[in-house]
Design a protein around this ligand. Structure first.
Ligand code: SF4
Length: 355
């Protein structure tokens, strides 16, 4: 059977995350350096996949891959000097870490920033949903997606043989906007050391045990983590947890509340819609009234004036407020992740949305 360009490309990009080479070296895909080490071991030692990816998840993955050249073209239009990898014949970058471990992968692109850039950096392209995009932009890649920095660090050392600035370019698949973050060389060096230490433990496991499929490394995650929920070896690793991992967590309130039938939920939805309509009408009236008062105040040439209301005398006045914006890109470039963690903190809240 003759292989088409698409077949060759698929074979290149769908290599296993971990495998043993002919000489017994454990080869890890650079894009998988942040994966669970037990999961990598399952894959390298040929365990049967127990929880294959769903069609939807494969579609998401393929859509993400297909959008990478779109981001690179957007960067070119924005003035970046981009050298994309030839996707039909990508250059393999591999880095040997000790006698028994190899990290390999394909760089998305090398790029020079417009105006101030002088030497090419590795450009690692990611596509993220709106929430993940926001998280990345606010926290920086080292905190939100450290594995992407580890991956780019491997490409940097594999390509240039030294630490250099790395560019993480990310597309928001919801809003279809893109942005980038530069990780300075000093922090790329640190990311590289962290990733090497992580993989070093897996390498040591290999050296001590050989490619034994029954002797497994420790788990890196627990059933609550999304990594386990999407793991192709979940049933092998955490038998009986697949159902639990797949189920949404039960809300504490939902446990104690009376059951709500579909009819009751529909009645509540209709009430909600009515309330929304009323609120909308009230808000429009309010905005009209405020507009009138603004014009009245302006006519008087005053910032503040008293006016008799229905029940009491009110003060009508213009209030100025200043909003402060944080340039997260600059902040992320200036501060290391630990310092940033003390400044930009996460606060998770939840609410019910009806859309
Ligand atoms: S189920 Fe979780 S802990 Fe087990 S191999 Fe997969 S990711 Fe690792």
């Amino acid at each position: 059977m003759t292989m088409t360009i698409d077949d060759i490309r698929d074979a290149i990009y769908s290599r296993p995350n971990a495998r043993f080479d002919g000489d017994g070296t454990l080869e890890i895909r650079a894009s998988a350096v942040g994966n669970c080490r037990r999961g990598l071991w399952y894959e390298a030692t040929g365990h049967q996949v127990t929880n294959p990816r769903s069609d939807d998840s494969l579609t998401m993955l393929e859509a993400g891959n297909a959008l990478e050249p779109v981001v690179l073209r957007a960067m070119q239009r924005a003035g970046w000097d981009i050298t994309p990898t030839d996707r039909d014949n990508p250059r393999m970058v591999s880095l040997r870490l000790g006698p028994a471990l190899l990290v390999s992968g394909h760089v998305d692109a090398a790029g020079v920033a417009p105006i101030f850039g002088n030497e090419p950096s590795i450009v690692e392209v990611k596509t993220r949903g709106p929430e993940a995009f926001k998280k990345w932009r606010t926290l920086g890649a080292e905190r939100s997606h450290p594995e992407s920095v580890w991956q780019a660090a491997f490409y940097t050392y594999g390509t240039f043989d030294e630490a250099r600035d790395v560019v993480i370019a990310t597309l928001d698949t919801g809003g279809r906007t893109w942005d980038y973050e530069v990780i300075p060389a000093q922090r790329v060096e640190r990311a590289f050391e962290q990733a090497c230490a992580r993989l070093g433990e897996l390498s040591a496991h290999h050296v001590i045990n050989g490619p034994d499929p029954e002797v497994l490394p420790e788990r890196d995650f627990t059933a609550d983590d999304w990594q386990c929920k999407r793991c192709p070896f979940l049933n092998a690793c955490l038998p009986g947890m697949a159902a639990v991992a797949g189920e949404p967590e039960e809300e504490p309130d939902a446990k104690s509340a009376e059951p709500v039938s579909d009819e009751e939920a529909r009645a509540a939805l209709l009430e909600y819609e009515q309330a929304q309509e009323m609120l909308k009408a009230i808000e429009e009236d309010k905005q009209w009234a405020l507009g009138q008062l603004r014009v009245w105040l302006k006519q008087r040439g005053e910032d503040k004036a008293k006016l008799e209301g229905g029940k009491k005398t009110r003060t009508v006045g213009m209030v100025k407020s200043t909003r402060y914006n944080v340039d997260h890109k600059r902040l992320n470039a200036l501060l290391d992740p630990e310092t940033r963690a003390g400044i930009v903190t996460e606060n998770v809240s939840e609410y019910l949305r009806v859309s």
